[in-house]
Design a protein around this ligand. Sequence first.
Ligand SMILES: *[C@@H]1O[C@H](CO)[C@@H](O)[C@H](O)[C@H]1NC(C)=O
Ligand SMILES: *[C@@H]1O[C@H](CO)[C@@H](O)[C@H](O)[C@H]1NC(C)=O
Ligand SMILES: *[C@@H]1O[C@H](CO)[C@@H](O)[C@H](O)[C@H]1NC(C)=O
Ligand SMILES: *[C@@H]1O[C@H](CO)[C@@H](O)[C@H](O)[C@H]1NC(C)=O
Ligand SMILES: *[C@@H]1O[C@H](CO)[C@@H](O)[C@H](O)[C@H]1NC(C)=O
Ligand SMILES: *[C@@H]1O[C@H](CO)[C@@H](O)[C@H](O)[C@H]1NC(C)=O
Ligand SMILES: *[C@@H]1O[C@H](CO)[C@@H](O)[C@H](O)[C@H]1NC(C)=O
Ligand SMILES: *[C@@H]1O[C@H](CO)[C@@H](O)[C@H](O)[C@H]1NC(C)=O
Ligand SMILES: *[C@@H]1O[C@H](CO)[C@@H](O)[C@H](O)[C@H]1NC(C)=O
Ligand SMILES: *[C@@H]1O[C@H](CO)[C@@H](O)[C@H](O)[C@H]1NC(C)=O
Ligand SMILES: *[C@@H]1O[C@H](CO)[C@@H](O)[C@H](O)[C@H]1NC(C)=O
Length: 773
Amino acid sequence: MATAFLTLACFAGIGHAQFSSNYSQYVNLFLGTTNGGNMFPGVCAAPHAMVKLGPDVESGNTDAYSGYLPSGQIWGFSMMHESGTGGAPKYGVVNQMPVKGNVSNPLIDLGQNRSTSDVAQVGYYKSSLSNGVDIEVSATEHAGLYQYTLPSGQNSIVVDVSHVLPSFRGLGWGQGYAGGSFQPQGNGSYQGHGIYNNGWNLSPDWTIYFCGHFDQAPTSQKTFTGNGTTLASYGNGSSTEGTYRQGGVFTFDKSKVTSRVGVSFISTTKACQNVQSEIPKGTTLQSLTSQAQTRWTNDVFAKVQTDETNTTVLTQLYSYLYGMNLLPSNRTGENPGWQSNEPYYDDFFTFWDLFRCSTSLWQVILPTAYEEIIRSLIDTWRHNSFMPDARSSNYNGRTQGGSNADNVLADAYVKGVRGKVNWQDGYAAMRTDAEVVPPNNHDPIAPDSSTKEGRGALPDWRSYGYITPNFTRAVSRAVEYSVNDFSLTQVARGLGYRGDYQKYIKRSQNWRNHWNPKQSSLNFTGFVVPKYGNGSFDYPYDPEQCSGCYWGDPYYEDLPWSYSFNAQHDMAHLISLAGGQEKFVERLEKFFEPGVYSGNAAYGNTVFNPGNEPAFNTPYLFNFVGRQDLSVKYSRHAALAYYNAGTGGIPGNSDAGAMQTWILWNMIGLYPMTGQTTFLIGSPFFRHLSIDLGGGKKLVITSRGGDRATAPYVQSLRVNGRRWDRSWITWDDVFKNGGRMDFVLGAEQTRWARGAPPPSPASSARNGHWGWW
Ligand SMILES: *[C@@H]1O[C@H](CO)[C@@H](O)[C@H](O)[C@H]1NC(C)=O
Ligand SMILES: *[C@@H]1O[C@H](CO)[C@@H](O)[C@H](O)[C@H]1NC(C)=O
Ligand SMILES: *[C@@H]1O[C@H](CO)[C@@H](O)[C@H](O)[C@H]1NC(C)=O
Ligand SMILES: *[C@@H]1O[C@H](CO)[C@@H](O)[C@H](O)[C@H]1NC(C)=O
Ligand SMILES: *[C@@H]1O[C@H](CO)[C@@H](O)[C@H](O)[C@H]1NC(C)=O
Ligand SMILES: *[C@@H]1O[C@H](CO)[C@@H](O)[C@H](O)[C@H]1NC(C)=O
Ligand SMILES: *[C@@H]1O[C@H](CO)[C@@H](O)[C@H](O)[C@H]1NC(C)=O
Ligand SMILES: *[C@@H]1O[C@H](CO)[C@@H](O)[C@H](O)[C@H]1NC(C)=O
Ligand SMILES: *[C@@H]1O[C@H](CO)[C@@H](O)[C@H](O)[C@H]1NC(C)=O
Ligand SMILES: *[C@@H]1O[C@H](CO)[C@@H](O)[C@H](O)[C@H]1NC(C)=O
Ligand SMILES: *[C@@H]1O[C@H](CO)[C@@H](O)[C@H](O)[C@H]1NC(C)=O
C-alpha cells in the first residue's frame, strides 16, 4: 500500500506540483446519486467487484434503485447492489440492520432516520442514525466488514434474509423472497442462504449464500420467521411465498461490534472461505479502505493523468472513471450456472446503454477486464444459448432493442482484441442473434416476442426486411438490428466468411426501408417510421411524439428524430436521404435548438435528449458533413450544461456508467464509432492528458491556445507530429501502439478538417463485391 503510493507520488509529481498523487480524494461517491442518476455510493472495493456494500433507504413509495436515497430512513446495509440503473431495483440482499436496545418484533419496520448526511470515500461508507447508532463499512471483492458504534446498554443487530429492494412502480418488476435458511453457529457466527426472484429482468429463483462472524459472542440470539408487514412485503414479485420472512437477531452489550460477512453464489462453504481469505479475523476497516483505494488507483485512476489543477474538474474526471467501473460484476469463480474455465461476468445493465461509449473505453483503460468480459459473453452463449443484452442474477434479460453484444464483439474484433478469445465461437454467438428467433418469454409488457435475449422481431426482419407494427418497438428495433447486422459483417470479413459478409451488409441497410421520404416534422422531411406488411406508411403517428416511447410503442425511449440519426454505419446514405449535406447540418442544428419541442423541459426543450443513449452520437455527426466546428459546439455545450461534479451531475440514469463514459470521451476529445475503428474528433478538455494503454504504450493529448468553455474550437491538429486534416482517426493511429494528438484551440469556428469525411462502410458497400475496403 505505502509502496504503491510512493511510486505514484514520483510518477505524477513530475512537472505537476499541484496535483496530489492521492486520486481517491477526487472521487465524489455521491456524484450522480440524485436527479435520477441512481448511482451507488457505497463500497465497491475494486473495479467490477462482486460485492457492493451500502445502505438501503426507504422513503415513501420511491424506488431506491441502488439502495441509496439522500433522504428517508435507513432500513439496512446490504452486500449486493447495482449502480445507476433504472427500470426497477435489483438486489439489496444479505443485510444487517443495527437497532438500539432489544428487538421484540423484527418483522416491523426498523428503519431509522439519519442524524447527519452519510459520508463516503473510495472503499468506505458511514451512516449515523438518529438513535445514536453509527454504521461504518468497507469491503473486499467477495466479503464485507461492518463496524458498529452503539449506545450504552443492550443493542441488537438484525439479519433479515428476506430483505430485498422493493419496487413501487406497479409494473410487475418487484423482487420476491422465495425462502432460504438461517443458521446461527454459536459464538456470533451464522450461515445460510436466500432465494429471490423477479426484478427488472423477470428472473426465476436465484440463490446467494452467506457466512457471517461477529467479533464477539452475543449476549443473546434468536431466529425468527413470520409474515412481515414491512417493505419486503411490497416487492410483489412472482414468489409464491408472498410476504414470508426469515432471519436472526443478535444482542450485544458492548459499544463496539464488528461483523465480517462473506457471500457466494456457490455454497455457504465458499462464502465462509471468501470471508476467511479476504477479511480474516482482526482485519481493520482502515486497512480494507486503504486496500480498496490502492486497487482503484493502480487499476484505473493512475492510468489517466492530467496537468489540470481545478479540483472541480479533477473531481469530475476521477468520479466518472470510478462510476464507469462498478458494473458489470466480475463473478469469475462464482458462476452457479455451469462449469467452465472461462471468466464469468454478470450485471450487464445493459449493452443497449453501454455499447455506444463504455465498452470502447474499457478496452482503453481496462484491457484485461475487457477481454475477460468478451470471453464471458461468448461463454454465456455456449451455455445459455444467447449472449445477453442485459443480465443479472445469472439470467439474461431484458432486451430493449437489438442484440447489442454483437456491436461489442465487432468493436473488440476490429480493434484487435484476440488473446484468449475464441473468435469462431464469438462469431457463432453473433450469428445466433442474427438467425435464431429466441423463444418468447411472454412478457406482459411486450408479449409479441422475447424480451429476454436475442432478436425477437427476426421473423419480420427476415421476411420483410423491416419490422411491422405486429412487433412492439418496431422502428427502433429495426434501426438497431441494422447496426447489429453490420457488426456481423466486421467479424465475418476478418474470418473470411464471404457469403455471410454479403448477406449481412445487405441486411445492415434495411433500416432504409423504414425511411418515409414524405414524413415531415419541424420543416424537415424524411424520417424512419412504422411500416405495415403491405408496405404502407399510413400508421397513425406524429414524429414529434412517440406515444409513450416505451415497451409497447413503435420507438423505445427516444423520438423518431433521434432514431433517424442512428444508422451510424451508413451515414453517407442517411445524409443523402435527408437531403444532402447542407440540409443535414440544418436538421442537426434543429435537433439542438432550444424551445422547439415541448417534451424535454429539463433540457430547454430541445428535441435532443442528452439524458438517454440513443442521442449519444448526434452532437458529433457534423463531422460527416464538413462541420467539425459544430460538433465541438454542440458536444461541448452538452458536456458543460448537463454534467457537473455534484450529486445531480448526471443527466438521467447513469445506466451502469454509460453517461460517465459519454462525458469522459468528450473530455478526451474523441467519440467512438462502436463496431468500426473510427473515432470522431471533438475537442479535448485538458492542456495535457495522458492515458496509460498498457505494455508501455501511452496516448497523449495536448491542447494550447484554448479554453474548454469559451475557446474550444479546433484551429489545427497534429497526430503523431503530422499535420492532420481529417475529422477522424482510427484505432491504429493512436491506440494500437500509442500515439499523440496535439491540438491548437481557439474561439473561432474554423473549417480545419477539409480532408476525407469519416467512413460510411455500409454506404460504400456494393452488392456482389466482397467489400469496400
Ligand atoms: C487519500 O484520500 C482519501 C479520501 O480523502 C483518504 O481516505 C485517504 O486516507 C488518502 N490516502 C492517503 C494515502 O493519504
Ligand atoms: C434486553 O434483553 C436482555 C436479555 O433478554 C435483558 O437482559 C435486558 O434487560 C433487556 N434490555 C432492555 C433494555 O429491555
Ligand atoms: C424520521 O423523520 C421523519 C421526518 O422528519 C419523521 O416523520 C419520522 O417519524 C422519523 N422516523 C423515525 C423512526 O424517527
Ligand atoms: C404490485 O404492487 C403495485 C403497488 O402496490 C400494484 O399496483 C400492482 O398491481 C402489483 N402488481 C402485481 C403483479 O401484483
Ligand atoms: C465458543 O467459544 C468458546 C471460547 O472460545 C469455546 O470454548 C466454545 O466451544 C465456542 N462455542 C461454539 C459453539 O463454537
Ligand atoms: C404466512 O402466511 C401464509 C398465507 O398467508 C400462511 O400460509 C403461513 O402459514 C404464514 N406463515 C407464518 C410463519 O405465519
Ligand atoms: C473550476 O472548474 C469549474 C467547473 O468548470 C468552474 O466553475 C470554476 O470556475 C473553476 N474554478 C477555477 C478556480 O477556475
Ligand atoms: C476477475 O476475478 C477473478 C477471480 O477472482 C480474478 O482472477 C481476475 O483477475 C479478475 N479479473 C480482473 C480483471 O480483475
Ligand atoms: C417552418 O417554416 C415556416 C416557414 O418558413 C416558419 O414560419 C416556421 O417557423 C418553421 N417552423 C419551425 C418549427 O422551424
Ligand atoms: C401479424 O400477426 C398476425 C397474427 O400472428 C398475422 O396473422 C399477420 O399476418 C401478421 N401481419 C404481418 C404483416 O405479418
Ligand atoms: C395496409 O395495412 C394496414 C394494416 O393492416 C391497413 O390499415 C392499410 O389500410 C393497408 N394499406 C393499404 C394501402 O392496403
